[in-house]
Design a protein around this ligand. Structure first.
Ligand code: ADP
Ligand code: GLC
Length: 491
């Protein structure tokens, strides 16, 4: 078994603010079937500690971390995932969001908090925990970006794979903090951590890891362009030979309409009839008119510019005029929250808005809606369109990143061939979204064609097995290259 340490700031079901958590909660379990022993290091926020009541407390491999006392909480989740939660009360014993304080601003010491996570990962790489020592580190997003810097500073020679889940979140902090991170001043360098006069944890991860991946093939290509690279496209192009895109999968156990305790009635591709009962239950729960003829569109999303939700708001009159309903679950930017609240207030029975984060309700929405709208300006992978496919809730998406890679547009040829699974539009403009909403209403008018698309969507395989194998092969290649490098050095 190859031993791989995952390092990330979220992991479902222990702590989740978005898709990263779903990936970290599912991929290690999928890898187990492929001969990879993957374990997860994450911060022990209060909600994590609450869920790990059976954990065993172990000393930190490095004694302290960045001058703070702490311990590792070792546990195996109900799902069988082996985790180490980094319990450093000075950094993580804070109620609320992992990144943002009660005043809505990032915690001012986020650089120290997540440097601590990376520092401990490097200590585990050096010394192991008990008899378990990783052969490779798979690190995720900026919060784990300093891992290769610590490994390099300590001359620990282990391969690292850095996965970019979203290049817009870059972990940028004042340059003067470099020594407080416990890194030698020389690491503040334009080939390493320096980014426009500051330190970027994300840049460090991209620049210093053995290999870099992202969560869809299309996003991997997009990242090379100025439009999508957010100032790091030059570096991405520079690392092109070491870069790849591997599509996310979904946890088919957690997201299974035939066996989901969070929905009103089970159904499947073969027996889809009970989806209608979920629609009724959803309409009742949200105070929408119980109208089976009205196509019910839903949103389960962060309400942000990235997700293009302003475009949907702009098209609401059209959606309603054509007889649709809309159910929104999300939270995020104040103007978008206000916009969707107002839309619900002005259109009782036709639009419902729930502001907040609600995992159970997200399942009922996927089960009860007819379509899910995801008009993202960019989307590294996206998971909600994959849940939509599985639940027969046709994704209406912009043609970008992982959305482009996972949805087959219901154009005339695809409808004819029975392969359509949703709707795509490009470029990301209100006009194109309007046109595509119209196409969705037209297909809804042909119930036979809609049902065929729903069946094709539900039969799409987006489990983790194919992608887990790609990661496994990549790990093996990396380990082989590391061995060859070592042999070359000792010769
Ligand atoms: P991102 O990670 O960019 O937010 P993804 O589509 O990859 O987008 O993943 C979002 C995840 O968060 C999905 O599991 C989705 O169901 C969930 N989610 C987003 N908003 C909410 C919400 N308000 N309530 C419950 N789940 C949500
Ligand atoms: C990020 C991206 C999203 C992706 C998720 C998991 O949050 O915005 O597209 O699905 O990470 O990789």
């Amino acid at each position: 078994m190859n031993k791989v340490l995952f390092v990330a700031s979220e992991c479902y079901p222990l702590v989740k603010t978005g898709g990263l958590a779903d990936v970290i909660g599912a991929l290690p379990l999928a890898l187990a079937g492929d001969g990879v022993d993957a374990r997860v290091l994450l911060p022990a926020y209060p909600e994590v500690c609450e869920r790990l009541t059976e954990a065993e407390a172990l000393p930190l491999p490095g004694g302290k971390v960045l001058g703070q006392d702490g311990r590792l909480l070792a546990a195996t989740t109900e799902e069988g995932l082996k985790v180490w939660a980094l319990d450093v009360p000075a950094f993580f014993a804070r109620v609320g969001n992992p990144y943002v304080g009660p005043n809505g601003h990032d915690w001012p010491d986020n650089h120290l908090r997540f440097a601590a996570l990376s520092r401990v990962a490097a200590d585990i790489a050096a010394q192991g925990v008990g008899r378990w020592r990783p052969q490779l580190l798979h690190i995720h997003d900026w919060q784990a970006g300093l891992v290769p810097a610590y490994l390099s500073a300590d001359e620990i020679d282990l391969p690292t794979l850095f996965t970019i889940h979203n290049i817009a979140f870059q972990g940028v902090f004042p340059a003067a903090e470099i020594t407080r991170l416990g890194l030698p001043g020389r690491y503040y360098h334009r080939d390493l951590t320096e980014f426009w006069g500051q330190i970027s944890f994300l840049k460090a991860g991209i620049a210093m890891s053995s290999k870099v991946s992202t969560v869809s093939p299309t996003y991997a290509r997009e990242l090379e362009s100025a439009e999508f690279g957010w100032g790091l496209d030059g570096l991405i192009r520079h690392r092109q030979a070491d870069m790849c895109g591997i599509l996310n999968g979904i946890d088919a156990g957690v997201w299974d309409p035939a066996n989901d305790p969070l929905i009103a009635a089970p159904y499947s591709a073969e027996k889809p009839a009970a989806k209608a009962r979920n629609k009724e239950a959803l309409q009742e729960r949200l105070g929408l008119e119980k109208d089976s003829e009205a196509p019910l569109f839903c949103v389960v999303s962060r309400l942000t510019q990235q997700k293009g939700m302003d475009l949907l708001l702009e098209n609401l009159p059209q959606l309603l005029w054509r007889g649709g309903q809309l159910a929104v679950l999300g939270s995020g930017e104040a103007d978008l929250e206000a916009g969707f609240r107002e839309a619900a207030f002005n259109n009782p029975g036709r639009v419902a808005t729930v502001i907040g984060y609600n995992e159970p309700l997200s399942h009922l929405l996927q089960a009860g809606a007819d379509a899910i709208v995801i008009p993202s300006r960019y989307e590294p992978c996206g998971l909600t369109q994959l849940y939509g496919l599985r639940y027969g809730t046709l994704p209406l998406v912009s043609r970008t990143g992982g959305l482009a890679d996972t949805i087959i547009d219901a154009n005339a040829a695809a409808v004819q061939a029975g392969t359509a699974t949703g709707f795509q539009f490009a470029p990301v403009t209100p006009e194109r979204l309007r046109h595509t909403l119209d196409r969705a209403f037209d297909l809804w008018g042909d119930r036979k064609a809609w049902r065929a698309a729903r069946r094709a969507a539900m039969q799409t395989d987006f489990g983790w097995s194919a992608s887990a194998r790609l990661y496994r092969n990549l790990y093996r290649r990396m380990l082989k290259e590391a061995r060859q490098k070592k042999m070359g050095e000792t010769r």
